[in-house]
Design a protein around this ligand. Structure first.
Ligand SMILES: [Fe+2]
Length: 174
């Protein structure tokens, strides 16, 4: 039987309460990986008609994390970004995504953005789940149909991302 959203939310809450640190986030990655391999969960929840490009499928009433569904049918090359004061887990269900991690070469100040340079790129494939901690700058590059389950530490609808720009002369990932 397919995992339900309620069950996934309950399991994630238990993992984060058992360990709010990095080990808890890795436990959440394992839970996400499991549903990525569940065709019924993917068919039920990652629908283009509702998830293009993002839908909050579940918001935890106690801890505030969100389970989001995303569907990209066309190429989507993201700019380098973080998630402000919160973390995220990207879990890939369909389609490969080239992710780039960036390092901050100059910290922003006031209106001036933080400048970043690419550090490493890697391909995420279906079944892969990756944790991006608070302040981890990353950019996804998708070239075909892509479906993902993404966990936001808090609902990003109400959060401003940090002001970040690729430093001049760096090779852009997208
Ligand atoms: Fe992100």
């Amino acid at each position: 039987m397919a995992t339900t959203l309620e069950q996934l939310g309950t399991d994630i809450r238990a993992a984060l309460k058992a360990d709010p640190g990095p080990a808890g986030k890795q436990a959440v990655c394992a839970l996400v990986s499991k549903v990525l391999r569940d065709p019924a969960f993917i068919a039920d929840h990652l629908r283009p008609e509702t998830c293009k490009p993002r839908k909050v499928l579940y918001e935890d009433p106690e801890l505030g994390f969100c389970i989001c569904g995303h569907v990209y049918e066309k190429p989507a090359h993201g700019e380098p970004h973080d998630h402000g004061p919160t973390w995220a887990i990207y879990g890939l269900a369909v389609g490969d995504t080239e992710m780039t991690d960036w390092r901050i070469v100059q910290k922003g100040d006031g209106a001036a953005p933080s400048l970043v340079a690419p550090e490493k790129s890697y391909v995420m494939r279906p079944g892969d789940a990756h944790f991006y901690d608070v302040g981890a700058v990353h950019s996804p590059k998708r070239d075909g149909l892509t479906k993902l389950v993404r966990i936001e530490g808090r609902n990003l609808d109400t959060i401003r991302r940090s002001n970040i720009k690729a430093a001049e002369g760096t090779v852009k990932a997208a």
